[in-house]
Each structure stands twice: as C-alpha cells, then as structure tokens.
Design a protein. Structure first.
Length: 141
C-alpha cells in the first residue's frame, strides 16, 4: 500500500472511531437516541405519581380522549386536547422543562402520542405517558 492509501485508510478509521465514540456515553458503549416519534422517548408515569403531581399542580396534564369521555371523567387539572388542539402552543406552559403528562383511554390506546409528539416537537423535554389511561385512573386501588 502506498503512503496516500495508508493515510486515507488511517483517516477513515480515525473518523469512524470518533463518530462511534460521539454516539456513546459513559462505560456502556452505546446510547440509543430517540426522537419525538419514538414511544421510548416518553417515560411512563404511575398512577400514584400522577395523583401526586395532579394534586400539587406540578404537571401540565393532557387528556387525548373523546370530548364525551373528558366531560364524564378526567384527571383533575387536565385539559382536553381536541378542544385545545388549534391553540395547543399557546396553552402549553412557557417553561419547556415543565412536566407534561399525556394519556388516553387505556393501555391499548395510542392517541396520547399526538399531544406528546406535538409538545416534543415544540421543544418540551419532560413529557411522560400515563399508559393506563382513564381506565387505569378510574380503576379502584
């Protein structure tokens, strides 16, 4: 291999090594980056935690169920997403680090992602998912 070929291979190898290390953190070696479209981007919140933050008014809570369901029952302090969808950017808190909790009907429902993704795309960084939804909220325990 001539000198130019050797330099090229060395440069590519070095660049790949730098790129690989830029995508890892700590001693784990690999970090999986998620985007707003990934469900894994939104940590779960338990019913007990949601009760606590709702009682303390320490989170912005978004109900993504039907209007009928929302009128019947919702987590205290929650806003109805469909009723606020057009002005969602204006009703969200100014602080992008505020906890936002999104939920819908239950564990099989995926409508919650619409509000979560919109908030994420606007730069909000602390978005949680109450997976049990309103069914879990109203269940006794």
């Amino acid at each position: 291999m001539n000198k130019i070929g050797f330099l090229f291979v060395t440069s590519v190898t070095l660049a790949l090594g730098i790129s690989a290390s830029a995508n890892s953190t700590g001693n784990s070696g690999n970090t999986v980056k998620t985007t707003c479209a990934d469900e894994a981007h939104y940590p779960l919140i338990t019913k007990a935690e949601l009760k606590d933050v709702a009682a303390k008014k320490a989170a912005f809570i978004v109900d993504v169920n039907s209007e009928e369901s929302f009128k019947k029952v919702h987590v205290p302090g929650a806003i109805h997403f469909a009723a606020n969808e057009k002005e969602f950017t204006q009703v969200l808190p100014k602080d992008k680090n505020t906890m936002i909790v999104s939920y819908c009907g239950g564990v099989q429902c995926s409508a919650w992602k619409k509000a979560a993704q919109e908030a994420c795309n606007l730069g909000y960084t602390n978005i949680r998912h109450f997976k049990e939804g309103i069914q879990g909220w109203t269940a006794s325990n």
